[in-house]
Design a protein around this ligand. Structure first.
Ligand code: ADP
Ligand code: MG
Ligand code: MG
Length: 885
């Protein structure tokens, strides 16, 4: 081929390093060709050509000529001519973007057939039925995807033909009937579009390529990209490939194979095989495939050869690979490969095994898993007894436990999800049109199809629970119900439990219990290959990470739990939670106090309670740092609701004096914007004695722990500081109390005193603030609110959905740290703080501390630790490790 090639590459010219240009499928086909695997020859039209076409509405200059040249080379290699009347070359036209989007875009098979070449194909293959079946498939696919005809019209014509014949199986239609079908299809196309099905093979090819380009902007492809966060502007490549035929009789067939089990990660070749069929039949789940093992019996030679190729691929890609293959009259062809999608469980096991086999390093194994997957494995599972009889068994296609109400179509799943209901989408089989419903539902249940059916592949990719091929169920989407083989009827709205790990579905809501992984993480003991893989991977993460991981915890119980899960201290201990319940009355009394004596009395009553809280937490975290934040929220949060009080007073014959005082206090403390009001350090400075009481409780708890031989490491954290003056005043007050307790107890109590950085002004003046601070803790929740000028509680419910849809955010800035804005402030503050005080300790205690992507950012920003809720600690440890390799 000419060296001037720009938009077209023969498979033999490409390779895996060219995936941006050739798409994942094209790069895989090229790489396999390079490895000498049996790949039907062909060429790839680049994603760049697609981008130009989508931007301008026109194919780039020179593309047609390049395609023609590549086709000529292909024809020569195959010694046949596209669509020639006798023995025609046929090709497939296949989409293939940079990132795999299974089933999201179009593929058209058997291009090159027309009224004349169909008889040539019949003669050359010696199979008339096959030739006409291929032709009707082409007219059908072309009509639907290229010419935009409603696919149901073709399906109805097939159903009518079968009814006339008195059969339900496509296979019973003979050559004559298929020829009639092809005619009917052409008539449908003419009727629907006013145009004839194109007989010219070159025109077929040209239009098919365009249709694949256009499919990039199809509705379901867009939905999928948004969900998978695949950029909108990549475009797709198009692969044109010589057809091979799996539907030439019992010595032919097609299948999908994995180098390991993509559901569990277990070693050993795994897959589905469908004799006498075309590739599309497997993926669509239209016919039920047999386990790949059976190929050993059906065609031992092809089976061995396939095994060899799978090994070659796994060695080469050093990871789980999957392939689509076709056997044409005993000859094996590989039609696609990629590094396969897998469940969270399989991800951990495969990475661990490949490391044990020395195929990859421990660092690589760590990079192959992520915190989101680990969190998924920690989800609870069903606590079933043998008495819990399932409604049905199916294929355990994607593991996990889900409870929801049964729904029977995508629209209903979305409608109920919008109302906050959990749903289980029940279908006979799914198609790409079901995608929105699959996203909305908690689980997917189908009555047909195997582990490689659409439902299984897509659910696995999304980490959604899925049981497929539950064949004993009769699903009736029109009546909105399914029936079991014992006659149980489950209607729309009935609650079911789907166990994607066991492959069962149960009536009602089953109880949940901790997962094996969750338990192993708390006890440190492995109970099988999965927990062993998780613990080993996490141990490696711990050995390489620089970021420490602390917990946000306010009680001794949470602290102990967090510690068991690997927390290296507490990064945020909120004290206001300790003022709820019974103690509310004491806080009320403090707020209502008329004079210093009354206030001091109520504070004195709070002191021993707070001291006991801190003692318990310091004990649970003995030897590790515990950062205690002084009271933060506005005081009115501790008082009753204003309207409620006013109503109570108005409707009572003898208004309560206390209520009246309360209402006055509520009104006095009322603020238009409490989030920006009297809270944090402002409160500590405004309410005499409050801060001193809290510091005294901390100091006395520390002294007590020292007395009993403990190793307490309390740190005092002042919230919402905007200027160093505030911090200086607070610090002076705290140091005064510490000195006083030191004098009284004889215990040296110089506790670190630091501040939260959660206002832009604090970040911008971090250099001066650092002079009065021993540490910074970034409160990225408030920092995000104040930097963006938006309220999390209001904005997330009101306009965030719109912003996400319009692409203004790709993810909520409260979920993943906004690198350029809020993140920039963090970087500035760390830098300025360290310039003034190199020993300054820095950490983050907002929700972002447990978010995988944000953790990588904090690692790069040079923080010392992240702090997150106890449940997220293992995932945070893992991500901190991944950030370091
Ligand atoms: P998807 O990306 O949705 O998997 P593919 O491009 O892989 O779409 O094509 C769909 C099916 O068509 C595949 O299962 C494949 O086996 C079959 N197919 C594609 N090209 C050929 C070919 N040249 N010969 C035989 N079958 C093919
Ligand atoms: Mg495919
Ligand atoms: Mg805050």
């Amino acid at each position: 081929m000419s060296t001037l090639t720009t938009y077209v590459y023969a498979f033999a010219e490409g390779g895996r390093e060219m995936a941006d240009l050739l798409g994942g499928k094209g790069a895989g086909l090229a790489e396999m060709t390079r490895l000498g695997l049996p790949v039907p020859p062909g060429f790839t039209v680049t994603t760049e050509a697609c981008r130009i076409y989508l931007a301008t509405g026109q194919e780039p200059l020179g593309l047609a000529a390049e395609e023609a040249r590549a086709l000529a080379v292909l024809e020569q290699a195959m010694s046949r001519t596209l669509g020639a009347p006798d023995d025609p070359l046929l090709v497939s036209v296949r989409s293939g973007a940079r990132f795999s989007m299974p089933g999201m875009m179009e593929t058209i098979l058997d291009i090159g057939l027309n009224d004349r070449s169909v008889t040539g194909l019949a003669k050359a293959s010696g199979q008339e039925r096959f030739a006409w079946d291929s032709y009707r498939r082409l007219v059908q696919m072309f009509g639907r995807t290229v010419m935009g005809v409603d696919g149901d019209l073709f399906e109805q014509a097939i159903a009518a033909r079968k009814a006339q014949r008195g059969t339900r199986d496509d296979h019973d239609l003979d050559a004559g009937e298929l020829a009639l079908l092809a005619e009917e299809f052409k008539a449908i196309i003419r009727r629907e579009t006013g145009e004839d099905f194109p007989q010219d093979p070159a025109e077929q090819l040209r239009r098919a390529v365009r249709a694949v380009f256009d499919s990039w902007n199809g509705e379901r492809a867009r939905v999928y990209r948004r969900r998978e966060r695949i950029p909108e502007d990549l475009g797709t490549a198009v692969n044109v490939q010589a057809m091979v035929f799996g539907n030439l009789g019992p010595d032919s067939g097609t299948g999908v194979a994995f180098t390991r089990d993509p559901a569990t990660g277990a070693r050993g070749v795994y897959g589905d095989y469908l004799p006498d069929a075309q590739g599309e039949d497997v993926v669509s789940g239209v016919r039920d495939a047999v386990p790949l093992d059976q190929l050993k019996v059906l065609d031992p030679r092809a089976y061995v050869e396939l095994g060899d190729h799978l090994r070659t691929l796994e060695c080469h890609y050093r990871d789980l690979c999957d392939v689509e293959f076709t056997i044409e009259r005993g000859r094996l062809w590989i039609l696609q490969t990629r590094v396969g999608k897998r469940t969270a469980e399989a991800a951990f096991r495969i990475a661990h095994d490949l490391r044990a086999e020395e195929t990859i390093t421990a660092d690589e194994a760590l990079a192959r898993v992520d915190g989101t997957e680990l969190a998924r494995l920690m989800f609870p599972r069903f606590d079933t007894t043998p008495a819990d009889m399932p409604l049905a068994h199916g294929v355990a296609a994607s593991p996990g436990a889900a409870v929801g109400v049964a729904v029977f179509d995508s629209a209903e799943a979305r409608r109920r999800a919008a109302e906050g209901q959990y749903t289980v989408l029940v279908r006979r089989e799914t198609t790409p049109d079901d995608l929105p419903g699959m996203i909305a539902a908690q689980a997917v249940l189908t009555s047909r199809g195997g582990k490689t059916s659409h439902a299984a592949v897509v659910a696995r990719g999304m980490g959604k629970v899925c049981v497929c091929g539950a064949e004993s169920l009769t699903v009736d989407p029109v009546a909105r119900r399914f029936t079991t083989d014992t006659g149980v009827v489950v209607r729309e709205g009935d609650t079911v439990s789907v166990d994607g790990t066991a492959g069962t579905v149960h009536l009602g809501a089953l109880p949940l219990t901790a997962s094996d992984v969750g338990r192993a993480l708390e006890t440190g003991e492995s109970t099988g290959p999965l927990t062993e893989a998780v613990l080993a991977t996490l141990a490696h993460a711990d050995s390489v990470r620089r970021l420490q991981v602390r917990a946000n915890a306010d009680t001794p119980e949470d602290a102990a739990r967090a510690r068991a899960l690997g927390a290296q201290g507490i990064g945020l201990c909120r004290t206001e939670h300790m003022f709820l319940g019974e103690r509310r009355k004491l806080v009320e009394a403090m707020i209502l106090a008329r004079d210093d004596t009354a206030r001091e009395q109520s504070l004195a009553a709070l002191l021993p309670l707070q001291r006991a809280d801190f003692t318990g937490i310091l004990e649970a975290m003995d030897g590790l740092p515990v950062t205690i934040r002084l009271i933060d929220p506005p005081l009115h949060e501790f008082l009753p609701d204003r309207t409620e009080l006013a109503v109570r007073l108005a409707s009572s014959a003898h208004p309560d004096v206390h209520d009246r005082e309360l209402l006055a206090a509520v009104e006095r403390l009322h603020e238009q914007n409490p989030m920006l009001g009297l809270r944090g350090v402002r409160l500590g400075l405004a309410v005499p004695g409050l801060m001193a009481m809290q510091v005294r409780a901390i100091a006395e708890a520390v002294a007590h722990r020292l007395d009993v031989g403990g190793r307490p490491h309390a740190e005092i954290m002042i919230p919402l500081v905007g200027t160093v003056e505030e911090l200086r005043l607070a610090r002076t007050e705290a140091e005064r109390v510490l000195a006083e307790v030191t004098a009284r107890t004889g215990r040296g109590l110089d506790l670190p005193i630091g501040t939260m950085i959660e206002l832009p002004r604090a970040a911008l003046t971090a250099g001066s603030i650092a002079e009065a601070a021993d540490f910074f803790s970034f409160g990225t929740n408030d920092l995000t609110q104040t930097t963006w000028g938006l309220s999390r509680d209001d904005a997330e419910a009101s306009f965030f959905p719109l912003y996400l849809e319009k692409g203004i955010f790709s993810v909520s800035p409260f979920e993943t740290i906004d690198h350029e804005g809020v993140g920039r402030l963090v970087e500035l503050a760390v830098e300025a703080g360290h310039a003034v005080k190199p020993s300054l300790q820095t950490g983050v205690c907002g929700e972002h501390g447990g978010d995988p992507e944000s953790i990588h950012f904090f690692h790069r920003a040079g923080l010392d630790y992240v702090s997150c809720s106890p449940f997220r600690i293992p995932a945070a440890r893992l991500e901190a490790g991944r950030a370091a390799v």
